[in-house]
Design a protein around this ligand. Structure first.
Ligand SMILES: [Cu+2]
Length: 295
């Protein structure tokens, strides 16, 4: 699916949300070769509730841009890092020796690597610099979809990346990463696509009877996520997002930190269908949203 088609599928979202979610990174080449260039950018981002977070980002957004390839593609990832800090990018779709980057003075901080996308799925990509815990908590994560070679059946596609923010807002509403809370696995905010209650404020429109396919990645860095849509049963859950690992008729499914899944469902009545991480304390920290179904 093209970026334009993805944007059209989310047309009721505010334009800014569409741009953040569905603008792919720079992409070039033929169907068999895909290249993405991402740039590290330190940026104060909005995380909902009028709060901001001083984030480390890919291309200025949390989560980073959606990277989408097809099974069998030769994929090149380039990371431009103009900051003074070491950063990296590890995509879980790659079967290569990890590229570790150190912050030695004067060291080369850009990086590039190529791999063959052998396994289809919904994969996390994340910063690999040490400590990865803080780099992911500070926003350096995103989703790579490897579509199966034969493609997916037609559906309304939605992409959701779950993440966590750690820190208490100051008097100006600025949240700074709290490394103690990161280590203790006590996030202050648990979010879908980077913003507290994002899809409570702006429900995701769906149609009754249509097949909805949710590509889901849990960036963590710490908590598992039990994804659930109230009022729906998933007709199919693809563990890891791999069509070879299909399960049927599940009300919820747990996706561990660093893992992904694809969920398919239909609703048959108009209405609002909340979606949540069913560890319910997280819904008080932002991990809730709404699918709004119309005929
Ligand atoms: Cu980093």
């Amino acid at each position: 699916m093209t970026a334009a088609a993805l944007a059209a599928s989310a047309i009721a979202l505010p334009l800014v949300a569409v741009l953040i979610l569905f603008t792919p990174a720079t992409q070039a080449g033929t169907a068999a070769k895909k290249a993405f260039t991402l740039t590290v950018l330190d940026k104060r981002i909005e995380i909902g509730l009028g709060l901001t977070y001083y984030a480390w980002t890919y291309d200025g957004q949390v989560p980073g841009p959606l990277l989408r390839v097809r099974q069998g593609d030769e994929v090149t990832i380039k990371l431009i890092n103009p900051t003074t800090m070491a950063h990296g990018i590890d995509t879980h779709a790659a079967e290569i020796a990890p590229k570790i980057h150190f912050a030695a003075p004067g060291a080369e901080r850009n990086l590039s690597y190529t791999f063959r996308a052998r396994v289809p799925g919904a994969f996390l990509y994340q910063c690999s610099a040490i400590p990865a815990l803080s780099h992911v908590a500070n926003g350096m994560y995103g989703m790579m979809i490897v579509d199966p070679a034969e493609g997916w059946p037609k559906a309304h596609e939605v992409m959701i990346v779950q993440g966590e923010y750690y820190g208490t807002p100051d008097n100006n509403g600025l949240v700074a990463g709290d490394s103690r809370k990161e280590v203790e696995e006590r996030p202050d905010f648990v979010v879908f696509n980077g913003i507290v209650d994002r899809y409570v404020e702006h429900p995701i429109p769906i149609r009754t009877g249509e097949l909805v396919r949710v590509f889901f990645v849990n960036a963590g860095p710490n908590l598992s996520s039990t994804f659930h849509v109230t009022g729906a049963i998933f007709s199919t859950v693809y563990r890891g997002g791999n069509p070879a690992d299909a399960m049927h008729d599940l009300a919820s499914f747990e996706v561990g930190p660093g893992d992904g899944a694809v969920f398919e469902f239909r609703v048959h009545e108009p209405g609002d269908y909340p979606f949540i991480d069913h560890a319910l304390a997280r819904t008080t920290k932002g991990a809730e949203g709404v699918f709004r179904a119309t005929p």
